[in-house]
Design a protein. Structure first.
Lengths: 510, 314
C-alpha cells in the first residue's frame, strides 16, 4: 500500500475541477446512452476511447468510468419505462419495474433502481478500495473447475425462473445454448453454424441478439397493438400522491437485505473474471424471490425485484476492477475497454500498479466514489426528464426507440449484417413468446453458454480423462453439490405446485 | 547515435515529402475509409484510429476509421477483395486469422493472398511462452523435462496457432501436454498465475509480472527475439523450427492504380513514423512500430502462409 501522502494526493487529484467535470460529463453521457434503447454504455465507451488519447490519464479514465457507471443506472430506464431492456442484465429489472410503470408509478420504479444501483456500486467500490489484494489472490485460486462449478450453480438457480413448464424451460435453455454455439468452437477452432458468413466466426453479435430479442420484439408487438387515437406510452395521473412518485426511506430500508444480498452476489461474481453481470442479476433476483415471504408478488411490481437486480448488476462493475487493477485481467467487455485506456496512457495494470501509479489509482478510486454521488444527483434530474418523455404519444416513442435500436446495433456490430441478425432474433422472440417459451431464459443461456462451454473444455483437459481427479478440487465439488441440491429443491417445489404459475419469466404481460 | 537520429529525421522528412508530393498527384476522390477488422476498443482498433487521425492531419484527406469485425478480419478482407480497386478503402487486420482460414478452408474463402495490394505493417504482437517465476526450469527443454516427469503439463493458450506450435514441439520432443483453451492472453495469464497451467502464452500482459519476478519467459515464439527481452532466445533458436508471428498489416484491393497505391503507402509510412502513432502503438502493443513497407509486407504474408501450413501439418 502506498504512503498516505500519495493516497491523499491522488484523492486531491480526483477533486480537480477538470477531473470532476469529465467524471460528471461521463456520468451524464452514460445515463443518457444507457437510457436510450440500442446504444448502451459499452458502445459509448468504445467510441469515447480515442477521444481520451490526448487527455490527462485521470480525466480520461475517470470519464470512461463515469460513462460505465452512468450506464449502469441508465440501463434500468428503458427496461422499466418501456419493457425494452437493452442488455440481459436489466431484463430482470423489467420484471417488476414495468408493471410498476404501467400502474402509473414510473418515477417510483426508476428511483428504486437508481438507489439500489448506487448502493450496490458503492458497496463493491469500497470492497475494491479496501480488500482488493486478498480478493485477487482468491480469484486466482478459482480455476477452470471451480468456475465450471459456479456456472452450474448459476444455471441451477436461474432454472428457478423458468416458469410453469419444466419442458418449455429446458427447450428455451437448449435453444439459447445452441445459439451460443454459433462461431468458432474453443476446442478445435472449427467454425460452427456460420454457413459461410465470416461475420459469425466470432459468434452471434451479442448486441444484435440482446436488442433484437428484448427490445425490438417488444416494440414490434406494442406497435402492432396501437390503433386509433395515439395514447401516451405511460399515462401519469394528474395529481399523483408523493408516495407514488418517490421511494420513501422506509421502503428503501425495507429492501436492505435484498440490496445487501444482491451487492454481495454481484461483488463475488464480479471479482471472478468472465462470469459477468447477467448471472449476478438473475441469481440475485431468483434468491430474493426465494427468500421473500410473498414470492407471488414478484413480477407484478415488487420493489424488491428491482432492488435485487440493480444492486447486483451494478456491484459487478466495482468488483470487476479487482482482477483488472491487481492482475491486469479484465472481467468484462467494459473492463477490457478500461484496460485499453490505461495501456494507451502507458499504464499497465499488474503487481506494481499501486507502487508505481499509486497517485493515479487513488485518484481513480476518488473519481469512482465521486461518480457514484454524481450518479445520484444526475439521476434525480434525469429520471424526471425520462418520465416526462415517456408520456409522449406511443407512435413517437416506439418509432424513435426502433430507430435508435437500428443505429445502435449497426454501430456495435459493424454494419447491416448485425441489424439483419437483430431482426432474425426479434422474429424468433416473437415466435417463442407465441409458443410460451421464455425469451429471457433463452437470453441467459445464450450469454452464459460460451463461458460454460470453455470452462467445461478446460476442466476436461485438466482432468485428462480421469473423473477421480475431481477429488482434487474440493471447492468445485461443493459448488457442484450446491447446484445439484438447488436443482432438486426447485424441482420439488415445482411438483408441489406452488410458486409455479405466478411468475412467468417471459416478459410480464403488457 | 547522432547519425541514426539524423538518418531517422531525414527519412521522416523524405516520407513526409513523398506523402505531400503523392497527395498532390493523387488523392482519394471522396473519403478514405480505414477499415479495422476487429470491434471497437481492442488493440487493433486503437492502432487504426490513431493512424487514421494522424493520416488525416498529415495529408488533409478525409480519413474515416470504421470497424468491420468478424473472423479476425476475414469478413472485412472478403469485402475489400471483391470491390473496385480505386484506393478508397484500406483495411487493417492481423495476418494469423487469415492464414488459418486460407490454410484450412481455402474452398470457402472468397480471396487469397493475391487479392490484395499490401501497403505496410504497424508492428507485431510479441508472443512469449511463459511460466511462473518459481518454476524449476527456464527454457522449452526444461519445460519438456518437467512435463515428462509429471506425466503431462497443462498449457494455456489463447488462439489455435499457439496450441499447434506446442503440439509441434510435443511431437518433436515426445511429450504430452494438456491444452487449456482460453479467450485470450489475459485469461491465459490468470491460469498461469493461479497455478492451473504450467506454462502459457502472453503478448504483453506478462511484462509487469516479468519485472516483479512472478513470471519468467521461456521463449519468444515469433521468428525474432522480443524488443524487451533481447536475451531470451526464440523457439527456433532452441531447436524447434516453428513460429507464430502475428503482424498488424494494412492492405487494399489488388489492382489499385500505381499512383494511388504508392500515395497510400507513403501516407501510411509517414503516419506510422509520427511520434503520436509511435507512442500509442508502443503502449497498446507493448511492441515498437515496425513498418515492413509494401514489398516487405507482401513477402511476410507469403512466408507466413507457408509457416502456418506447417503448423497445421499441411
Amino acid at each position: 500500500m502506498p504512503e498516505i501522502e500519495i493516497i491523499l494526493a491522488g484523492l486531491g487529484d480526483a477533486f480537480q475541477p477538470v477531473t470532476l467535470l469529465f467524471v460528471l460529463a461521463g456520468v451524464a453521457l452514460g445515463q443518457f446512452v444507457g437510457a436510450v434503447p440500442g446504444i448502451g454504455p459499452v458502445m459509448a465507451m468504445a467510441i469515447a476511447i480515442p477521444f481520451t488519447f490526448g487527455m490527462d490519464p485521470l480525466a480520461g479514465i475517470g470519464f470512461l468510468v463515469g460513462v460505465n457507471k452512468g450506464g449502469l443506472v441508465g440501463g434500468a430506464i428503458p427496461a422499466v419505462l418501456m419493457n425494452t431492456p437493452g442488455t440481459p442484465d436489466a431484463a430482470a429489472t423489467a420484471f417488476d419495474g414495468y408493471p410498476l410503470a404501467k400502474q402509473g408509478k414510473p418515477l417510483k420504479a426508476t428511483k428504486m433502481a437508481l438507489y439500489s444501483s448506487v448502493t450496490g456500486d458503492t458497496f463493491s467500490d469500497i470492497v475494491l478500495i479496501t480488500v482488493s489484494a486478498p480478493l485477487a489472490i482468491l480469484a486466482l485460486k478459482m480455476g477452470p473447475v471451480e468456475v465450471l462449478g459456479v456456472m452450474l450453480l448459476a444455471f441451477a438457480v436461474i432454472a428457478g425462473l423458468m416458469g410453469a413448464s419444466l419442458i418449455k424451460g429446458a427447450i428455451a435453455i437448449a435453444l439459447g445454448l445452441l445459439a451460443a454455439m454459433v462461431g468458432t468452437d474453443p476446442e478445435h477452432a472449427t467454425p460452427r453454424f456460420i454457413f459461410g458468413n465470416f461475420e459469425l466466426y466470432d459468434g452471434l453479435p451479442l448486441a444484435s441478439v440482446a436488442i433484437g430479442m428484448l427490445a425490438i420484439s417488444e416494440l414490434l408487438r406494442r406497435l402492432s397493438e396501437t390503433s386509433g387515437r395515439p395514447r401516451p406510452a405511460i399515462a401519469l395521473p394528474r395529481h399523483q400522491p408523493r408516495a407514488d412518485r418517490s421511494v420513501s426511506w422506509a421502503e428503501y430500508w425495507g429492501c436492505r437485505f435484498t440490496i445487501a444480498r444482491g451487492a454481495v452476489i454481484g461483488t463475488i461474481l464480479g471479482a471472478l473474471p468472465g462470469i459477468g453481470s447477467t448471472a449476478a442479476a438473475f441469481m440475485s433476483y431468483a434468491s430474493a424471490k426465494a427468500a421473500s415471504k410473498q414470492p407471488a408478488s414478484f413480477g407484478k411490481g415488487n420493489l424488491h425485484g428491482i432492488a435485487a437486480t440493480e444492486a447486483a448488476n451494478s456491484s459487478v462493475m466495482g468488483a470487476n476492477m479487482i482482477p483488472l487493477l491487481t492482475l491486469g485481467i479484465p472481467g468484462s467487455v467494459s473492463a477490457a475497454l478500461i484496460i485499453s485506456a490505461f495501456m494507451i496512457h502507458g499504464v499497465q495494470p499488474g503487481p506494481f500498479l499501486f507502487e508505481q501509479q499509486g497517485r493515479l489509482i487513488y485518484g481513480l478510486f476518488g473519481a469512482m466514489i465521486i461518480a457514484n454521488m454524481l450518479n445520484l444527483l444526475v439521476g434525480q434530474l434525469g429520471l424526471r426528464f425520462w418520465a416526462r418523455v415517456i408520456t409522449a404519444p406511443e407512435p413517437f416513442i416506439f418509432a424513435s426507440a426502433l430507430l435508435m435500436c437500428f443505429v445502435g446495433v449497426s454501430l456495435a456490430s459493424g454494419g447491416l449484417f448485425g441489424v439483419g441478425v437483430m431482426l432474425v432474433f426479434a422474429l424468433l422472440a416473437f415466435v417463442m413468446s407465441a409458443l410460451g417459451l421464455s425469451v429471457v431464459v433463452f437470453i441467459i443461456a445464450f450469454f452464459l453458454g460460451p463461458r460454460l462451454e470453455i470452462s467445461l473444455s478446460q476442466t476436461l483437459a485438466l482432468l485428462n480423462g480421469d473423473p477421480l481427479k475431481l477429488l482434487n478440487y474440493p471447492v468445485a465439488l461443493v459448488l457442484m453439490a450446491l447446484a445439484a441440491v438447488t436443482a432438486v429443491m426447485l424441482a420439488r417445489r415445482r411438483d408441489r405446485g406452488h410458486d409455479a404459475d405466478e411468475n412467468s419469466p417471459s416478459k410480464p404481460d403488457a | 547515435m547522432k547519425l541514426m537520429t539524423w538518418m531517422k529525421s531525414a527519412a521522416t522528412a523524405a516520407a513526409m515529402m513523398l506523402a505531400g508530393m503523392a497527395s498532390a498527384e493523387w488523392a482519394p476522390s471522396g473519403t478514405l475509409k480505414l477499415q479495422i477488422g476487429f470491434g471497437a476498443g481492442g488493440s487493433t482498433d486503437t492502432i487504426g484510429r490513431v493512424v487514421a487521425q494522424v493520416m488525416k492531419e498529415q495529408t488533409g484527406w478525409n480519413v474515416i476509421a470504421e470497424n468491420k469485425p468478424g473472423g479476425g478480419g476475414v469478413a472485412m478482407f472478403t469485402a475489400i477483395a471483391n470491390r473496385p480497386a480505386d484506393g478508397s478503402i484500406v483495411g487493417l487486420g492481423v495476418n494469423m486469422p487469415l492464414f488459418v482460414n486460407l490454410v484450412n478452408r481455402p474452398e470457402q474463402m472468397k480471396f487469397d493472398l493475391d487479392s490484395f495490394d499490401y501497403l505496410g505493417t504497424a508492428g507485431r504482437a510479441q508472443l512469449a511462452l511463459v511460466a511462473r517465476g518459481d518454476a524449476p526450469f527456464d527454457d522449452i527443454d526444461g519445460l519438456i523435462a518437467a512435463a515428462k516427469d509429471a506425466g503431462g503439463a497443462p498449457i494455456a493458450f489463447g488462439a489455435k496457432p499457439q496450441e499447434l506450435l506446442m503440439r509441434f514441439i510435443s511431437k518433436q520432443a515426445g511429450v504430452d501436454f494438456q491444452f487449456l483453451s482460453t479467450k485470450g492472453g489475459a485469461e491465459s495469464s490468470k491460469l498461469l498465475l493461479g497455478g492451473q497451467a504450467l506454462a502459457s502464452f502472453a503478448s504483453g500482459e506478462h511484462l509487469p509480472f516479468l519485472e516483479s519476478g512472478d513470471v519468467k519467459m521461456l521463449a519468444s515464439v515469433n521468428n525474432v527475439r522480443h524488443s524487451y527481452a533481447p536475451d531470451t532466445p526464440t523457439a527456433i533458436e532452441q531447436g524447434y523450427d516453428i513460429y507464430v508471428d502475428p503482424v498488424y498489416f494494412f492492405a487494399t484491393t489488388a489492382g489499385t492504380p500505381d499512383e494511388a497505391r504508392s500515395a497510400l503507402a507513403a501516407a501510411l509510412a509517414a503516419a506510422l513514423d509520427s511520434d503520436e502513432v509511435k507512442t500509442v502503438v508502443q503502449n497498446a502493443l507493448q511492441s515498437p512500430i515496425d513498418n515492413l513497407g509494401p514489398d516487405g509486407t507482401a513477402e511476410m504474408m507469403k512466408a507466413g502462409l507457408v509457416n502456418t501450413g506447417k503448423l497445421f501439418g499441411k
